[in-house]
Ligand binder design. Structure first.
Ligand code: AMP
Length: 294
């Protein structure tokens, strides 16, 4: 028999554009003793984002709210803010299907009204990798996430290991500022061909999409070398670089750093991650490979 509605959740998911009713909805649930899980996103959602909704439930959230907000403060001049893909209706349908309870999609004016003048800054961990190449980016991220935490007051918030540095920075922020939010990491989700799922993949031409496969191939080759016993950063990184370069890609950075605190490593004797960013066509893709976890 045809189902009149795709899922029960699709009918049931609450949609909030304004801050006050979203707050009121969450407070009502909190007052009943329910745990709130928050999944912040910039939309154009894919399976990677939806895995965060599942992770929030797994981590103990009774109510999961996802935010969709393309945060202008985390884009620098000349970056891809205007080109960034947007699909609110598609996002709402996917979140409902994934069992999300509420979607919050404020406008930039609601988040940053006239007179807004605050900023949250995490220092050391934002000076490297993407932070060194995108000045102001992480201040934009920490400021908007702090705002989202202030609005939603979640018990837990889920972020993907796809943006490993972001996850580390947000963990530091939550610890340093005594926020009562458990920052939960979720594994990086890849496409069948190895490419890390990213909303920015939509900006690639078919040829660039094929070239993008070399990013994961390079990282995988380094991990294979690691698993075979190689520990030298230079050697591991050269292995990855050669694969990328032979596909015509030139990483903006390719580095071995500590899993725990992002400090640079010369050897992968302790828990370590390889990080890379690769300019490709109109955009720039980031990826990483965890060699060993803490
Ligand atoms: P974004 O919409 O790109 O800002 O991402 C929102 C959240 O989804 C962040 O916590 C990302 O780390 C996470 N995310 C994005 N892509 C992936 C992926 N391929 N696998 C896991 N998490 C992801």
């Amino acid at each position: 028999m045809d189902r009149p509605f795709p899922t029960w959740h699709r009918m049931d998911m609450q949609r909030f554009e304004a801050i006050a009713p979203f707050k009121a909805y969450l407070r009502a649930h909190q007052n009943q003793g329910l745990r709130i899980g928050l999944v912040p996103t910039m939309g154009a959602l894919h399976e990677g984002h939806l895995s965060l909704v599942a992770k929030a439930k797994e981590a103990g959230a009774d109510v999961v709210a996802a935010s969709v907000f393309v945060n202008p403060k985390q884009f620098g001049p000349g970056e891809d803010l205007d080109k960034y893909p947007r699909d609110l209706e598609g996002d709402a349908a996917k979140l409902a299907e994934a069992g999300c309870d509420a979607i919050f999609y404020p406008t930039p004016k609601m988040m940053y009204p006239a007179g807004f003048q605050s900023e949250v800054l995490v220092e050391k961990a934002t000076g490297v990798l993407c932070g060194a190449n995108r000045p102001g980016h992480f201040a934009g991220v920490t400021t908007v996430v702090m705002k989202l935490f202030g609005i939603a007051r979640p018990d837990l918030a889920v972020f993907g290991e796809k943006d490993f540095q972001q996850l580390s920075v947000l963990r530091i922020m939550a610890r340093d500022l005594n926020l009562d939010v458990e920052v939960v990491g979720a594994p990086l989700v890849r496409d069948e061909d190895g490419v890390a799922l990213s909303s920015r993949n939509q900006l690639l031409s078919p040829k660039e999409r094929t070239e993008a496969q070399a990013i994961h191939r390079g990282l995988r080759a380094a991990k294979d070398a690691y698993e075979a016993g190689e520990r030298s950063a230079d050697s591991l990184l050269n292995t990855a670089r050669e694969v990328m370069q032979s596909a015509g890609l030139e990483p903006q950075y390719l580095e071995l750093r500590s899993y725990q605190d992002l400090t640079a490593l010369e050897r992968a004797d302790s828990p370590a991650v390889i990080f890379t960013a690769v300019p490709l066509g109109p955009t720039r893709l980031i990826d990483n490979m965890i060699l060993s976890r803490a």
